[in-house]
Design a protein around this ligand. Structure first.
Ligand code: GLP
Length: 255
């Protein structure tokens, strides 16, 4: 069995999530402009949840005020609830439209989000095609991530293996409790989702992990300093050679 190399995650702690989000957006903009200057596309892996909202707000500002173009950007979102109507305000399709896509000049055909409307029979082939589509454009350049209290990345709940790929998963009770306020009660939170796998995320050339607030402090410590384990899927990032962790002071308080 080969022994995988581990890395000390690169931690960047900022006074506030606003400052941190601007830094993360600046890194994304820098890559897009560099690729644009070479006539190349930029492939972004995108996340939902509250953590990336400030990054999206800053990318929108850079587009509107500083002319950052997304014409050559191709995106793949991490996950979507299953079942989920794309028109529902709870869908990640809706979230991405409202919080980013409708405000920028990305081409609709360059947007990819797992499909929450699939029947059970369609899920496996959809997931395989999602992997193939990522590979066909040369893989993800920058993957944005948040972290759930279970240590999930995307919806890779514990236990998720290092080589897991895009697939259907059952959501953890804690994840459903955390999502419940937005759905008006846990009984309305879907029990399942489609998510990129840990292995899919690990193939990204660069990962930017965002975590804000006191409630993330314990799991952030575990991700960075804990033993690598399927029980805390975010610890697998310790095997990733180029992960930047962006924290505000409170999320970094247990380190
Ligand atoms: C959801 C998403 C994850 C996200 C997590 C944390 O479970 N599927 O991708 O990272 O929530 O959410 P938040 O950023 O709101 O804390």
């Amino acid at each position: 069995m080969s022994v995988l190399e581990t890395y000390q995650l690169s931690v960047n702690t900022f006074d506030s999530k606003e400052v941190a989000s601007k830094k993360a957006a600046a890194r994304i903009a820098e890559l897009i402009q560099d690729r644009d200057s070479k006539g190349e596309n930029t492939i972004l892996g995108l996340a939902t949840g509250s953590s990336p909202l400030g990054v999206y707000a800053e990318l929108i500002r850079l587009h509107k005020e500083e002319g950052l173009s997304f014409q050559n950007v191709i995106t793949f979102n991490l996950d979507e609830y299953l079942p989920m109507d794309a028109n529902s305000a709870h869908s990640y399709v809706y979230f991405m439209q409202e919080n980013l896509f409708k405000h920028i000049d990305i081409k609709p055909e360059n947007i990819h989000i797992p499909d929450g409307t699939l029947s059970q029979e369609q899920v496996d082939s959809f997931c395989q095609e999602y992997e193939q589509k990522i590979a066909a454009v040369g893989g993800i350049d920058i993957q944005l991530l948040g972290i759930g209290r279970t240590g999930h990345i995307g919806f890779n709940e514990p236990p998720s293996s290092l080589d897991s790929l895009t697939r259907q998963v059952i959501l953890h009770e804690i994840t459903r409790i955390d999502a419940a306020p937005g759905f008006g009660g846990i009984e309305h939170v879907p029990s399942s989702a489609i998510t990129m796998g840990v292995g899919t995320i690990m193939k990204a050339k660069e990962v930017i992990m965002l975590a804000w607030g006191e409630s993330k402090a314990a799991i952030v410590k575990e991700m960075i300093q804990g033993e690598i384990s399927e029980q805390v899927p975010a610890t697998f990032l310790q095997y990733h050679a180029n992960t930047q962790v962006y924290l505000d002071k409170t999320a970094a308080s247990a380190l």
